[in-house]
Design a protein around this ligand. Structure first.
Ligand code: DPN
Ligand code: ZN
Length: 310
């Protein structure tokens, strides 16, 4: 909603009437209801609780997570596919979900990893990105979004063991199919409890996209949130796409890094403390999520998708 309000306000400042503003506003991304994202996080927590406390590669909580997300997407009319791979003697899974329609030669892809480490349920890392992507996907259908481009989502396995699932997916594509993917947006940790608002830097990695970086920055600007650029390098699944020459972007609220006092001034939270003190620990539960950061990032995911795929 805040993005819509900002858009309407901007139009009114330039003298556009409310009636005239209705048409462009209708093309704007929906506000993502953070309560829905939190409900998905509760599901991931329940899955971990029922499966030895984690959702890690090769453990039953991982496949249960895949099956649950798949069920929600199937019910919404997505075309889903589970891609299996083997790593470390265990079967891993990627979930690929295609939104029907759009130009198959112009694919916009969004993704994040669904696996946790073995030491905990992985709710901020990366239940948050996974749940936000799921809710954005469901809202495409709920709002009957009909983008020009084809939209595909990926939930990756075994990221925590070295980007295994996303790398397997990219390697599985033909050269032609790879070239059809015009953008890949990655979301890994978007609700850190002492959050920063970081956008992947286009210059900090191979094939980082300035257009995607600026689109994500614009999403935060519309919410009146200041951002910093970050070079996430090879630390998450965008790296597999970047290495294949696909333009990438993403957002991140921080892991083990320490919030500076300048950052606490502009973002609130606690200087001198990690963005996520429970990073890769058993305490990365549903209590380890900042709802405001989760909400803002989910809205930015939607705004970037609507702008990129429309
Ligand atoms: N790769 C993330 C993890 O799963 O541990 C942490 C991370 C995400 C670091 C994004 C930097 C940027
Ligand atoms: Zn992660």
């Amino acid at each position: 909603m805040r993005i819509l309000i900002a858009l309407a306000a901007a139009l009114m400042v330039t003298g556009t009437t409310a009636a005239q503003a209705a048409a462009p506003a209708a093309l704007a991304a929906p506000n993502i209801n953070v309560a829905n994202v939190q409900a998905h996080l509760n599901q991931f927590q329940s899955i971990a609780n029922a499966n030895g406390g984690n959702r890690a590669h090769g453990r039953p909580g991982y496949l249960a997570s895949i099956n649950w997300v798949k069920g929600r997407l199937d019910a919404a009319g997505f075309t889903t596919r589970v891609q299996s791979f083997t790593y470390n003697g265990a079967t891993g899974y990627n979930l690929i979900a295609d939104y029907p329609g759009g130009d198959l030669n112009n694919v916009v892809m969004l993704g994040g990893h669904l696996d946790s480490v073995t030491s905990g349920p992985g709710i901020n890392d990366n239940g948050t990105g996974s749940a936000s992507l799921l809710e954005v996907a469901l809202q495409m259908k709920a709002t009957n979004f009909q983008p020009t481009k084809h939209v595909r989502f990926g939930w990756w396995g075994a990221e925590e063991l070295g980007l295994r699932g996303s790398t397997f997916y990219v390697n599985s594509l033909s050269t032609t199919d790879r070239s059809r993917i015009k953008a890949y947006l990655n979301f890994d940790m978007t609700g850190s409890p002492n959050p920063g608002y970081f956008v992947y830097s286009a210059s900090g990695q191979p094939s980082g996209s300035l257009a995607l970086q600026q689109r994500l920055q614009a999403g935060f600007t519309a919410l009146n949130v200041q951002t910093e650029l970050t070079s996430v390098g090879g630390r998450s699944d965008h790296a597999a796409f970047a290495r294949a020459g696909i333009p990438v972007g993403g957002t991140f609220t921080g892991a083990e890094g320490i919030k500076t006092s300048a950052q606490a001034q502009k973002w609130g939270g606690t200087a001198g403390q990690a963005y996520d003190r429970c990073y890769h620990r058993s305490c990365d539960t549903t209590s380890n999520v900042n709802a405001t950061a989760l909400d803002r990032n989910a809205d930015v995911i939607a705004s970037a998708l609507w702008a990129t795929a429309a």
